[in-house]
Design a protein around this ligand. Structure first.
Ligand SMILES: Cc1cc2nc3c(=O)[nH]c(=O)nc-3n(C[C@H](O)[C@H](O)[C@H](O)COP(=O)(O)OP(=O)(O)OC[C@H]3O[C@@H](n4cnc5c(N)ncnc54)[C@H](O)[C@@H]3O)c2cc1C
Length: 607
């Protein structure tokens, strides 16, 4: 199709500072920096924008490990990892992407080792690996040691390693910049982004032949969350506003072991090292629910069992509203060597010495399985002209903001750090392979920045408007109540109405203080505009899925002989696509066809 004639830029757009790069990456977490490293090393001119200093991205908080079937400590191979991931996903994961990820896993982990990642070591010098939830040998027979770990600071070690390599490779970082909106031309291709410099409050234009979103998760859309405050789903908001869909947003992972009352995470690596969940009677209740994997069953399953114990009156504490994680039998030497941060968290957030006494825990929101739909090259895909995986020109997404989909309805622990490495690298390689054919930058559309400037100006022009923290607080409370671990159809339907009503309040947000230098209220207000899109996508998608699958468990759709565990494959073995425009849903098929091996057909999930 011939491009329309190039129009002169509007006065507002023409007045803005412009920066030109081959590739613009939004996000300096593990996925953004794995991609930028590959691109910078290939000689491309790369900009990475981040709201915070790169090593403060949420990846730094990852504790337990990165999954790869190295087989250093027990027999393992990628076929087992492939099977576990499909089963963990409750069959909603695309099997081509899962095969690709599990096969690549050892390569990307060894590559990271060669970049200088300080993994823990076995006596023979190989990388230390611990067991993790849902990871098994021999197709579910017994737990396997697959999580490659650097104590309980794996993400910290990984992010610092990647940052150092990026600095050496001359990646250009724009620190404390907030990307606002995608810039699309008349062909629908993405030609860059608008971004706000926090120090000055000024909006700039970043032009890229390619734009890659690596903005991380949106866990802060819930009230109790293990996530960093910056995890507000900005990439998702940008994509939704650009008219593209968000996929599988009904699936949110609750991590079984958030510190009760504080939300801070205690890694599944605790249970990998042998920690045990107990109820008020001191019973190791997971033995009853999952005789084979016990405390190491997948997260959706363990979270529901914990909730069940609490519901049936076996919760601990004065209000019987939590269970406990017991590590006291592991011995202080193991705890201080393998779980030093968990030890500190116990002291600081629960006033508990975990070497001596159990620590109170509750399921806490942790991870979004859904996100921006992509293919295994990281290219953003949308339905168009009968093709439900049509590529959007110039736009890629990787990491937690994306949905490729390897995690389906429930992610296995350690598979996210892996996802960042595998798809960060794959997307970069794909960009490199097409770089030559891309030639020059496509011209900016005439109104490139007008929409973003309008959004910022509207906040400034409304000093008496809603206070963004009040609205954000109400979104979070509503999400927590209506889209929690256990859902009911009535709760979800009411949640849809509540979130829709909140949208009007988001629209009415204003700023009392219009000063420009480091005005964090302006940043937060712009973040709430992203949160509301995530909230709508979640509620609408969840209310429409009339079954239970993975992390989406709805009381109304319980266990029946026809639909064990409430899962209804005949009607619901499909991905959800939510569109902002009209708050509308569409569905697309799950890819049950792997790349080279036989498909793993759906079956009932037991552990
Ligand atoms: C406490 C905790 C422990 C975890 N432990 C593990 C584990 O052991 N193993 C595992 O596999 N997974 C773990 N996970 C999950 C995993 O860490 C995350 O899914 C993953 O790190 C996300 O990486 P990312 O690159 O997608 O994004 P992030 O690391 O979240 O980075 C997002 C980046 O985007 C930037 N950004 C966002 N919006 C904008 C914007 N508008 N403009 C500019 N920049 C923007 C941010 O500044 C940041 O640099 C854990 C998660 C948590 C919360």
């Amino acid at each position: 199709m011939a491009s329309p004639a190039i129009l002169p830029l509007s006065a507002a757009t023409a007045a803005l500072p412009r920066h030109k790069f081959d590739v613009i990456i939004i996000g300096a977490g593990g996925s953004g920096m794995r991609a930028s490293l590959q691109l910078a090393r290939a000689g491309l001119k790369v900009a990475v924008l981040s709201k915070v200093f790169p090593t403060r991205s949420h990846t730094v908080a990852a504790q337990g490990g990165v999954g790869a079937s190295l087989g250093n400590m027990s027999e393992d191979n990628w076929h087992f990892h492939f099977y576990d991931t499909i089963k963990g996903s409750d069959w909603l994961g695309d099997q081509d992407a899962i095969e690709f990820m599990c096969r690549e896993a050892p390569n990307v982990v060894y590559e990271l080792e060669h970049f200088g990642m300080p993994f823990d070591r076995n006596p023979d010098g190989t990388i230390y690996q611990r067991p993790f939830g849902g990871h098994t040998a021999n197709y579910g027979e017994k737990p396997v040691q697959r999580a490659c770990a650097a104590a309980d600071r794996t993400g910290h070690a990984m992010l610092h390693t990647l940052y150092q390599q990026n600095v050496a490779s001359r990646t250009q970082f724009f620190v404390e910049w907030m990307a606002l909106d995608l810039i699309q031309d008349a062909d629908g291709d993405v030609v860059g982004v608008t971004a706000l410099e926090m120090e000055t409050g000024d909006v700039h234009i970043f032009e890229g032949k390619t734009t890659l979103l690596a903005t991380g998760g949106a866990g802060r859309v819930f009230a109790a969350s293990t996530n960093a405050f910056i995890n507000t789903g900005d990439g998702l908001g940008m994509v939704a506003r650009a008219g593209m869909p968000l996929q599988d947003m009904e699936f949110w992972q609750f991590h079984p072991t958030g510190v009760a009352g504080a939300g801070v995470l205690l890694t599944e690596g605790c249970r990998g090292e042998g920690a045990i969940l107990r109820n008020s009677e001191g019973e190791r209740f997971m033995e009853r629910y999952a005789p084979t994997l016990k405390d190491l069953a997948p997260r959706d399953f363990v979270s529901r069992c914990m909730d069940q114990e609490i519901k049936e009156g076996r919760g601990c504490g004065p209000n019987k509203d939590y269970v406990v994680l017991d590590m006291s039998h592991l011995g202080s030497e193991t705890i201080l060597k393998r779980l030093p941060s968990v030890y500190e968290i116990g002291h600081n957030f629960a006033n508990v010495d975990i070497t001596k006494e159990p620590i109170p825990v509750v399921p806490t929101i942790h991870y979004q399985m859904g996100g921006i739909p992509t293919n295994i090259n990281g290219q953003v895909v949308v339905p168009k002209n009968g093709d439900d995986r049509s590529v959007v020109g110039g736009l890629y997404a990787v990491g937690e903001c994306s949905c490729v989909s390897v995690h389906g309805a429930n992610r296995l622990g350690t598979n996210s750090l892996l996802d960042l490495l595998v798809f960060g690298r794959a997307a970069a390689n794909h960009i490199i392979s097409t770089a030559r054919s891309q030639g020059k930058h496509k011209p900016l559309p005439a109104d490139a920045a007008d929409y973003s400037l309008g959004r910022v100006a509207k906040l400034d022009a409304n000093p008496g408007g809603e206070y963004c923290q009040d609205v954000a607080g109400d979104i979070r409370t509503s999400m927590q109540k209506h889209a929690g671990v256990f859902r009911t159809q009535a709760l979800l339907d009411e949640g849809v109405a509540q979130i829709q009503a909140l949208e009007a309040r988001v629209d009415a947000i204003g700023l009392k203080d219009n000063s420009k230098v480091f005005n964090t209220a302006r940043i937060e207000a712009l973040e709430v505009a992203n949160l509301i899109e995530v909230a709508k996508a979640t509620m609408v998608s969840a209310a429409a899925r009339h079954e239970s699958r993975g992390a989406h468990t709805v009381d109304d759709y319980g266990d029946t002989p026809q639909h064990p565990n409430g899962r209804n494959d005949e009607e619901w073995l499909k991905h959800t696509l939510w569109f902002k425009d009209g708050n509308r849903l569409q569905y697309k098929s799950v890819n049950l066809q792997p790349l080279t091996v036989e498909s793993v057909p759906p079956k009932v999930r037991t552990f």
